[in-house]
Design a protein around this ligand. Structure first.
Ligand code: NAD
Length: 483
């Protein structure tokens, strides 16, 4: 069944009025999953005005009452998890297990936001000065927007929505036009959960809707997740328009495999990190920097295990990897494979030769060996199932390779030595670090976000940073001389 997606404005489902319609295609089958029209600046304005109208009463609603629909939303998301996961697979292509895992991480944020009554408290000090009591408070600000990418259509909207709303703001989501169906399902559940009209809204669209949001004087702040060039544009434009902004960009993360590492475990984790979600993850580690003493042995293990991966429709049984998001994106990844070969890297496993279904934008796991750390395939974000192996002469050399990256989203280390781990923690310039874990994904009660070209702003997604992003602080000073 093909869905016709709509905007959700002021508690009503309504068509976007933009001229060009978009189409969402199942990347495993080529079937049309949904159609949608893109929003104009007028549609965005309507949503912002409805958000502003809803804000005053919502901000003054007792916090305990504000979180009741949040509990309801959590229950609805839990109850609908399988159906949501299936929707997610059909529009994105990832495996059903990955989709369920993603949704769980999203629901975690709803759970954390249910604790806003504690998290929003700011502080009180009686007799801070003679006869003076001082109280710090946090206040919501108004209408916030979030602009999200295609690769985690269920989780990333939930990095923002629960915190924005529980702190007392109104919130507008602009999901990726490539994968907007899961977002629509989540907002249908928001509607069912009983939030007042205008508190949570959805506008579909492309760059025009994004620019209308970041230029609108009624929007207080913008959260963005997507590629680095667009993140930089959103950061600069939103700041120019006087808004709070946090903009998460692209990545090119590294796994360092030290000589002392448990190689079986490191190999399993490296493959999971590089190829989960078909490599379309900002936390994927598509570059493995391997100590020369174990390089050959480690490379052999990786190739041996990756060659056994099953590439198929994400809804089929025993599938390890689904398709890429589109045929166009598959072409981009194939170009990078050609570039790797031309630049002299050794193609140890050629994903183009792996058996995949005839329909759809599939590509098998690809592993390059002997990659120069300055080569294009080691430095640029490919966002596909391509793993580059780089040989390091020692641990210093490995750390130097990691820190030469323009990006700083994440890095992992496999080692048996605490001293390596300590140096890694202190010396690596990245925002999410893991030791003996392939993916440095923090739980929702910790902040999540990268450094360098992977992030523009200061307050990150999730956890306490979200409370600071969505509120401003005020101080009340009180003196009652007679008392
Ligand atoms: P994208 O930058 O193409 O799109 C992201 C959003 O920006 C979409 O909603 C899109 O409509 C909008 N957009 C696209 N072009 C625009 C423009 N010129 N002006 C204004 N808005 C525009 O990203 P994508 O392809 O959907 O997602 C993949 C990228 O996201 C990768 O680079 C990945 O690393 C990154 N990502 C980063 C994180 C993180 O936490 N750092 C998380 C997930 C994805």
């Amino acid at each position: 069944m093909t869905r016709e997606l709509q905007n959700y404005i002021d508690g009503h489902w309504t068509p976007a009025t933009g001229p060009a319609g978009g189409q969402v295609t199942n990347p495993a089958t080529g079937d049309t999953v949904a159609t949608l029209d893109y929003s104009t600046a007028d549609d965005v304005d309507e949503a912002v005005q409805a958000g502003q109208a809803a804000f005053g009463e919502w901000a003054n609603t007792p916090v305990e009452a504000r979180i009741q629909p949040m509990f309801e939303l959590k229950n609805l998301l839990e109850a609908q998890q399988d159906e949501l996961a299936e929707t997610l697979v059909r529009e994105h292509g990832k495996t059903f297990k990955e989709a369920k895992g993603e949704l769980r991480r999203g629901i975690e944020n709803v759970e954390v936001a249910c604790g806003i009554p504690s998290m929003m408290q700011a502080g009180h000090l009686p007799n801070a000065a003679p006869e003076i009591d001082e109280t710090a408070v946090r206040k919501p600000l108004g209408v916030f927007a979030a602009i999200t990418p295609f690769n985690f259509p269920g989780m990333i909207p939930l990095w923002f929505l629960p915190y924005a709303v529980a702190t007392g703001n109104a919130f507008i989501l602009k999901p990726s036009e490539k994968t907007p169906v899961t977002a629509q399902r989540i907002v249908e559940l928001v509607d069912e959960a009983g939030f007042p009209d205008g508190v949570v809204q959805l506008v579909n669209g492309d760059a025009d809707a994004v620019n209308a949001l970041i230029e609108h004087p009624g929007v207080e702040g913008v959260s963005f997740v997507g590629s680095t060039p667009v993140a930089r544009h959103v950061y600069e434009s939103a700041a120019t328009h006087g808004k709070r902004v946090q903009a998460q960009g692209g990545a090119k993360n590294h796994i360092v495999v030290a000589e002392s590492a448990d190689l079986d475990f490191a190999a399993e984790q490296t493959l999971g990190s590089a190829f989960a979600n078909t490599g379309q993850r900002c936390l994927a580690n598509p570059v493995a920097v391997v100590d020369e003493a174990i390089y050959e042995e480690f490379a052999e293990r990786l190739v041996h295990e990756a060659a056994d991966m099953t590439v198929a429709d994400g809804l089929s049984d025993d599938v390890d990897m689904g398709p890429l998001i589109s045929g166009q994106h598959r072409e981009n990844v194939l170009d990078y494979i050609e570039t790797g070969i031309e630049d002299g890297a050794k193609l140890l496993l050629d994903g183009r030769e792996v058996e995949v279904p005839a329909e759809g934008s599939f590509l098998g796991p690809t592993i390059f060996g002997d990659v120069d750390p300055d080569a294009t395939i080691a430095r640029e974000e490919i966002f596909g199932p391509v793993l580059a192996l780089v040989e390091a002469s020692d641990f210093d050399h490995a750390l130097d390779i990691v820190n030469r990256s323009d990006f700083g989203n994440a890095a992992s280390l496999f080692t048996d030595r605490g001293s390596d781990a300590k140096r890694f923690r202190h010396e690596v310039d990245a925002g999410n670090l893991a030791v003996n874990a392939g993916t440095a994904a923090p739980m929702a009660f910790f902040h999540f976000g990268g450094w360098k070209d992977s992030f523009f702003g200061d307050l990150h997604a999730q956890g306490e940073d979200m409370i600071n992003f969505y509120t401003d602080k005020a101080i009340y000073i009180e003196r009652w001389p007679d008392a």
